[in-house]
Design a protein around this ligand. Sequence first.
Ligand SMILES: [Fe+2]
Ligand SMILES: [Fe+2]
Length: 283
Amino acid sequence: MPPTVIQDRISAKKEVRRIKNLPTVPGIVAKISRIVENPETSVAEVGRLISQDQVLSAKVLRMANSAFFGMSRKINTIPQALIILGFEVVKGLVLTSSVFDMIQKSMAGLWEHSIGCAAASGVIAAHLGRDDAEEVLVAGLLHDLGKVVLALNLPEEMRLVKEKVENEHLYFYEAENQVLDFDHAEIGQWLAEHWNLPESLAEPMRLHHKPEKAVLKPEWCAIVHIADIITRAKGFGNAGDMMVPPLSMAAWEILGLKKTDFLPIMEKLEPKLNSLKDLTALN
Ligand SMILES: [Fe+2]
Ligand SMILES: [Fe+2]
């Protein structure tokens, strides 16, 4: 690699890592991330902290009660959400809604793409009879967060990426690699490290385009990979380019899916996507 490319890469990396200094990352989110890590932390403590921010709590509760989770009873409070959905799921909802707040309209459609991918991840996990469908759903929600960071921290590079996508008909990650020498999947990994996200969530952020490389939770990476493609194929939201990437056969094999599984998955997903339309107005 020529030295300038390496230098650019290092400085872009530094730039991305500066996210922690951005005033737009609410202090409360960093605090929640930290205290959730502590095994001594009680539901009441986290609940109190999240409830201090009324807008944030309202968003988390709205997501917790949405068609995403398909709960049979209403979740009225943050402590209830913590008990029913678990710390990690609530933390994922807090992080996602705060981060997406920061980009507002600069990547229109990415929020919709993310909630579509989350819903599809949950449907595939449930179809497979997995008992971790809520966590997989959060992995789907977070998978493209690297794009948000790119839009926020490297706007000029982002403009070039978008230009390439449009003019050269490239996939978003191909254009990112040409402009930056890394892509949103790698940025997602840095972000996950920075936020102390569990490796099980970091891995799908890093490998949702290459699920065959996953070692820790190949099933989660495979589910998010397929969910990402289904969401694009359904035209739900906008991931930055309008093309549907090829489906990794490895993902299909990791999950032991058969061709006949596809129809029931789509039949379950369709009504979910329709009822999630109200969530798309959240950010
Ligand atoms: Fe992606
Ligand atoms: Fe995506």
